[in-house]
Design a protein. Structure first.
Lengths: 770, 472
């Protein structure tokens, strides 16, 4: 069977030869025009006048579109209709689009877009948590509060209590391929839009709205993205809408791509958080009650901030069975880029909150943080695995939102990882090293991940597929998911090949296309393979069953005797190559095409009450990182990382390990070198790779051991696999807490380290302790 | 103008009206070779990497986004489309990338395989350094490094050997020295004559800085003089008493040449830009543009370097630190250019320490260079210079004064570190706060103290000079 095999990415050969086409590589028809936005460099104010004479006069400029050109301003928001394509008077952030330049070349459009003169009456921008709280500038009508148990009583009655506050920076996606779109006007007002997007249906919907067309007049297509990470869930809307509007007006193909600096300045990033905690615990470090406060900077528009902030709240327990918990979340409106989806979707921020608490509590009771973590774990699910070490009276096996944790496995998994990475002995060696070295200090931390799988907006948990078997035995399929590097198409092709028992080379997946599969959800929430794999499986099974029924009838056998395996079909002594079976079915007028559909079962979620089962299941993992810091400069480095990760029964172990390795490094980058800096007037100062530093090769751990944990999904997912896109990102938390551990060696008191732990923050934390 | 070169093994001619047309734009828009990607358009991500082989026959990775077409005159270029053999057999690096799962989204992959193929052809196996200029957001680099190791022992395919120089009939004419703008002189003498006649011209050496003026700032460079063909300005001459480095010597060459004499300088240059940037950037450019955050001036100043300037037929020398007058202002006269920089041969007592948010391919927040000769147990005539701490690369004269003539002790170094605040009032920016810059600068000085005094570790190895030397 082709599932479970470590096959290369379906496009690997195209990638390495440069033949893989991305949106901006697609040849456009002659006469194609190029767009650029003219941007505001003011964060907040009123646009009084816009002098575009120099823009219009610039070489190559064909048209300039302003708010006046749109009787109804198109909206770009995925949620709240609060993102006008162009400024209609109020300026909300530095980077907001004021107008569109349409020119003969990309370079001419970019050059012209610098030439405007904007007259703006500036108003003081809301930039910080304090600014927004003071102005009561928030989304969702105020703070959202979810709680479980009597938190006041738990905190008041606890023998020990501590409080803390820490800052967690945002993160730029830095997909290597910037945002890009190409709009091709068709006959009768039709529009064909090719976009680098995780959400073709959203592009179709927003472009149709902008053009005043029904959705059937707009076709949205994406073959692949050069990385997405959540940054192409909603942030491609503006380019697609602008290109389509310009194409509709000029009758010419129009394309747009953001220069990297514009991409930084215009698009949203990971939400930065301030997290406050108040925790009660016993002398062993057992948590009795926790109260969290999340202050979430959402930027100027709502975008996806509500479900992001919700998911942060839903991960505030991570792996710990906490008797009483309350989480309050403020979703703050600020005059900055509108923060958006980013791998983990708030989960990482919620999770690092409780991991920080565990670390702080362990420090307070003078125990190894790993022991305190293990003490507080949920119980492992039934079976023969070891159970938790916690006291029965403090456990209820349910999360703070009421979902039963019925598939927990971290007790066994963490024991396994601790042995594999020799945690106990290495912790002792770290202590020895630190005693002997005055300048360089090591730290080590082992942290768990429990990540909920499903869209919390329940209706999104559906997918469709369209599968064709051709008479020559080749198979062409489409599904609703998009390929951004994660290997979704590879996995789905493996599923299809497994259903037909055929060679995966027979299967071709072409561009995701709203004309093939309608009403799709974004490829997000790690759900791509879970949802689309099942939809494809259903479609394949329909066709396979038709072939089987035909062959069974022909050979007077029972359908159950028809076997699809080894690229052949066998029935009652007959043994056909797959292509011959297909040919015979075709000649017998059997339909070889089918749709497939899947909706995740058993989930329900009451967002108002904060109760229910939002997640079909949880994905688990654990990582151990060792770091070194220079106490004189704050410079720091990862020395070694060991990861054990639960991908269920993996559909493709090579691709899954790739997700784990890549997710970890991206997560470590978030918490170490990746620092977004806005100046005092709200302009982003880190807007290119010269100033914003994602990890490079030497930042990956020198010793980097990644293994998958053999743990078939208890739920009936596709081949009992588990989602793997987002969960590994949070293994980066072990790096942050290892840095904190290294700082702990410098003196008493808990090191109050903020993220990202740049050399500067590490040095300042070290200085504060001496 | 017509630029003759070789592209993927074939003779090619690029016609450009604008001499600042980038090679990347020409490839993608004129030739429709879209395998080479634009990731940042400023030489920081490596997605546009191509292999350029000059007359020396050495293949080098360069960033096509900040490479102007005239810089390619007479060279052989290989893009990702030209790596596989004519029969379609993948290059060993491509094959290893497939087998090791080295691509995910694939957008950075063409840049990686070209950079890795250049390293493969040269036999370089310091893989993490070789790909430091290529950013990948998907893989975490582990499978890419595995692929590099897997490919390193496989022979270089025959088709990768470039036929150079170009045939006479293609390189004649256009490849000769240009009398018309944009100028491309082939000797220092010709440059001197041209520049004094056109003192407002923009000199383009490696274009790692000037390239961004064009791609990001849309600056009109006006008259341009390309220096890439002035071979006599390139090269390193080591004599009995000095090391003289021609202005057009690329930083990668400087790095390797200086390693036997001042290993700490070489280690600093290992972290200067990336392979692609060092292959293009010149030491003359790094000095002449006067940046307060150029990484070579602090080390050169600490080594007591002399700058050699030329204006027409007139030449003058000055101590390098005197060249930097103030931010954006250098002691350079109209039509005068940097011809070379030289240092005296000396026993090595140089300690460099570069502090940046990311170790590789980042601009320094602080770049410290300490030359601390110890004679008879006492520090003798120390020279300390910093980048990132002032509007220019600048000496720390107060700290030098504290150390001079003193025996090495913690108190003396602590006092010298304290004196740094008399020497510098750094700024805050997106790279670091003023407070951190000063604290970290002091930290680097105390770090030198620890290096000077620390005993060897139990296993006989030297103590680490930085976190980069600490092993798992």
């Amino acid at each position: 069977m082709s599932v479970a095999r470590p096959l290369p990415h379906e496009s690997a050969r195209l990638h390495v030869t440069g033949a893989a086409r991305y949106t901006d590589d697609i040849p456009a028809p002659a006469g194609c025009l190029h767009l650029a936005f003219g941007l505001s460099d003011i964060a907040s104010g009123r646009l009084e006048a816009l002098d575009l004479s120099a823009v219009r006069a610039a070489p190559g400029v064909v048209a300039v579109l302003t708010a006046d050109d749109f009787p109804t301003m198109p909206d770009c928001s995925p949620s709240n209709h609060d993102e006008p394509l162009l400024c209609t008077g109020d300026i909300h952030y530095a980077g907001q689009a004021l107008y569109i330049v349409v020119a003969e070349s990309h370079l001419q459009a970019r050059r012209a877009a610098r030439l405007h003169v904007a007259t703006v009456t500036e108003t003081p921008p809301l930039l910080t948590v304090e600014d927004a709280m003071a102005a009561e500038a928030w989304f969702d009508g105020g703070p959202r509060v979810w709680s479980d148990g009597d938190v006041d009583a738990a905190l008041d009655g606890a023998p020990n209590r501590l409080e803390g506050l820490f800052e967690i920076g945002g993160q730029e996606h830095f997909y290597l391929e910037g945002q890009a779109a190409l709009a091709l006007p068709g006959e009768g007002g039709e529009m064909h839009v090719l976009t680098s997007t995780q959400h073709p249906t959203e592009i179709q919907h927003k472009v149709a709205d902008a053009l005043g067309l029904p959705m059937h007049a707009v076709r949205s297509e994406v073959r692949r993205m050069g990385g997405g990470f959540g940054g192409k869930e909603s942030q491609g809307n503006a380019l697609a809408i602008a290109s389509a509007c310009a194409a509709a007006r000029t009758g010419r193909a129009c394309r747009m791509r953001y220069d990297r600096d514009d991409d930084f300045l215009v698009t949203g990033k990971r939400h930065d958080f301030r997290i406050g905690y108040d925790v009660g615990f016993d002398d062993d470090g057992r948590l009795l009650g926790v109260r969290f406060r999340h202050w979430v900077r959402c930027g100027w528009s709502q975008d996806l901030s509500l479900p992001v902030a919700d998911r942060a709240m839903l991960h505030a327990d991570n792996a710990y069975d906490i008797p009483a918990m309350e989480v309050t979340s403020w979703r703050l409106r600020t005059n900055t880029q509108s923060a958006t989806a980013f791998r983990g979707f708030g989960g990482p921020q919620g999770m690092i909150g409780i991991e920080r608490v565990l670390d702080h509590v362990a420090h307070a009771v003078g125990r190894d943080p790993l022991e305190v973590r293990q003490l507080n774990f949920y119980d492992d699910a039934g079976g023969d695995g070891p159970v938790a070490r916690g006291a029965a009276e403090t456990r209820n096996g349910r999360t703070h939102y009421g979902q039963e944790v019925s598939d927990f496995c971290l007790n066994a998994m963490v024991d396994d990882l601790a042995q594999r990475c020799d945690y106990v002995a290495r912790r002792a060696r770290v202590a020895e090293w630190n005693a002997a070295n005055p300048v360089f200090k090591r730290g080590i931390a082992l942290t768990p991940v429990k990540f909920g799988i499903s869209f919390t907006l329940t209706h999104l948990n559906q997918a469709g597929a369209l599968v064709h078997v051709y008479a020559d035995g080749s198979i062409h399929l489409n599904h609703g998911g998009t390929e951004m590097g994660q290997g979704l198409h590879s996995k789905v092709a493996q599923v299809a090949a497994s259903r037909f028992g055929c060679d995966p080379a027979r299967v071709r997946i072409t561009a995701t296309d709203t004309g093939k599969v309608p009403n799709t959800s974004a490829t997000a929430a790690s759900s791509g393979a879970d949802l689309n794999g099942m939809a494809v499986q259903a479609a394949c099974d329909t066709i396979r069953d038709r072939i089987a029924a035909f062959l069974a009838a022909e050979h007077q056998a029972d359908v159950s005797q028809v076997v699809f395996a080894d690229d052949r079909v066998q029935v009652a002594g007959a043994d056909y190559p797959f292509e011959e079976a297909a040919q015979r079915a075709y000649m017998a007028r059997v339909s070889l095409s089918s749709t497939g559909f899947y909706a995740t079962p058993d989930i329900s979620w009451d967002r108002e009450a904060g109760r229910g089962r939002p997640f079909y299941y949880f994905a688990y993992g654990a990582s151990c990182s060792e770091v070194v810091i220079d106490t004189l400069t704050g410079e720091n480095r990862i020395l070694r990382t060991d990861i054990l990760h639960d991908a269920g029964a993996s559909l493709n172990p090579a691709l899954d390990i790739g997700q784990v390795e890549g997710g970890f490094v991206q997560g470590a980058g978030w918490l170490t070198t990746e620092e977004l800096v806005w100046d005092a007037v709200g302009r982003l100062r880190t807007h290119a790779p010269a100033t914003y530093k994602i990890p490079c090769a030497s930042d990956a751990p020198e010793v980097f051991n990644v293994h998958l944990y053999d743990n078939a999904n208890r739920e009936e997912t596709v081949y009992r696999s588990k989602a793997v896109g987002e969960p590994p990102f949070m293994h980066g938390i072990s790096v942050f807490l290892a840095l904190s551990d290294a700082l702990s060696s410098l003196g008493d008191g808990y090191p109050m380290l903020d993220a990202p732990a740049t050399a500067e923050r590490v040095l300042m934390a070290a200085r504060a302790r001496r | 103008m017509e630029i003759p070169f070789r592209l993927n093994g074939q003779d090619a001619t690029a016609h450009c009206d604008d001499p600042t047309t980038t090679f990347l734009d020409w490839l993608r828009e004129t030739r429709r070779l879209t395998g080479t990607k634009e990731g940042c358009n400023e030489g920081d991500c490596g997605a546009c990497s191509v292999i350029v082989t000059g007359p020396d026959g050495v293949p080098r990775a360069l960033n096509a986004c900040i490479l102007f077409l005239p810089q390619l005159t007479g060279k052989a270029v290989r893009t990702v489309e030209g790596l596989a053999a004519p029969d379609g057999t993948l290059h060993p690096v491509q094959q290893a990338m497939v087998e090791e799962h080295g691509s995910q989204c694939g957008f950075c992959t063409p840049g990686f395989v070209t950079t890795m193929a250049a390293a493969h052809a040269r036999g370089d196996t310091d893989h993490a350094d070789q790909i430091a200029g290529n950013l990948c957001r998907c893989t975490g680099y582990a499978p890419i490094l595995r692929a590099a190791r897997a490919a390193q022992a496989v022979p270089v395919p025959a088709h990768m050997v470039e036929a150079l120089p170009l045939a006479e009939n293609t390189s004649a004419g256009a490849a000769g020295p240009r009398a018309e703008p944009p100028f491309a002189p082939t000797t220092g003498d010709a440059l001197a004559a041209l520049y004094i006649e056109n003192p407002n011209a923009t000199l383009v050496a490696g274009a790692t800085d000037v390239g961004l003026w064009v791609t990001k700032q849309f600056r009109d460079l006006g008259q341009v003089i390309f220096l890439n063909r002035c071979d006599d300005l390139r090269g390193i001459a080591v004599s009995g008493d000095s090391i003289r480095i021609g202005a057009m010597t690329d930083m990668e060459t400087v790095r390797h040449a200086i390693a036997p004499y001042h290993p700490s300088f070489a280690e600093l240059l290992r972290r200067y830009g990336s392979v692609q940037v060092r292959n293009a950037a010149t030491i003359g450019g790094n000095i002449a543009n006067g940046s307060p955050i150029g990484d070579s001036p602090p080390a050169l100043i600490a080594l007591g370097a002399t700058l050699h300037l030329r204006q027409g037929d007139a030449r003058r020398d000055l101590p390098l630190e005197d060249f930097f007058i103030a931010y954006g202002q250098q002691d350079r006269r109209p039509g005068e250019f940097v011809e070379a920089v030289s240092i005296l041969r000396q026993s090595d007592s140089l300690y460099c320490h570069k502090i940046s948010k990311r170790f590789d391919q980042d601009i320094s927040a602080v770049c410290a260079a300490y030359n601390l000769p110890v004679t008879d147990g006492r520090i003798s005539a120390p020279r300390i210079a910093f980048g990132g701490m002032a509007g220019t690369p600048k000496r720390a004269s107060h700290a030098e004064a504290v150390l001079n003539g003193q025996a090495v002790s913690e108190t003396v170094f602590a006092n010298a570190a304290e004196a740094l605040k008399e020497d510098f009032e750094p700024l805050s920016d997106m790279r670091a706060s003023a407070g951190y810059r000063l604290e970290a600068a002091r930290g680097t000085l105390m770090g030198v103290y620890h290096q000077l005094t620390a005993g060897h570790l139990g296993d006989g190895t030297a103590p680490p000079a930085s976190v980069l030397e600490v092993r798992a």
